[in-house]
Design a protein around this ligand. Structure first.
Ligand code: ZN
Length: 150
């Protein structure tokens, strides 16, 4: 099973991940952690099932800590498990989700996922609401500077 532990996040990402969760709550959306760290075997299975299109996922162990630079959150609704975005209105593959730094188009990213995605970007993360394959609004990942040597 993939990890759900904050202890499996890189030291650089963890404070931002915690800020993301706090920001969701501050905006009125309670969230649960779906995944932090995945093994290569777990990632290969996700690619096989087409839940992921890459074997370069930031959920995989990142050097040097061997921990994750990404986290998946899901809105938590009392009395239910959680809300799967597949159950809600989707995203047309021909439509442009926009670039980080531009407002998310709420015509396409629906609540409560829009709040989760906007909260991620408000603390400086890259949201999976910005890509199509697959559309992944509960995903947030650390943006590392190309000049940081990491
Ligand atoms: Zn993810």
């Amino acid at each position: 099973m993939p990890s759900k532990s904050l202890d499996d996040l890189t030291p650089e990402f963890r404070p931002l991940a915690e800020a993301w969760i706090a920001e969701c709550r501050a905006r009125g959306v309670e969230v649960c952690i779906v995944t932090t760290l995945r093994t290569l075997e777990e990632e290969q299975e996700k690619v096989r099932l087409k839940f992921s299109s890459t074997l370069k996922s930031k959920h995989l162990p990142q050097p040097p800590s061997g921990k994750s630079d990404a986290m998946d959150l899901a809105p938590y609704v009392k009395g239910t498990h959680n809300i799967n975005w597949d159950a809600g209105p989707g995203w047309r593959k021909d439509e442009d989700p926009g670039k980080p730094g531009t407002p998310l188009d709420r015509k396409h990213v629906f609540e409560p996922w829009a709040t989760v995605a906007e909260a991620a970007e408000s603390v400086g993360l890259l949201s999976g609401a910005r890509w199509h394959k697959p559309f992944d609004p509960g995903h947030g990942q650390l943006i590392r500077s190309p000049h940081s040597g990491q």
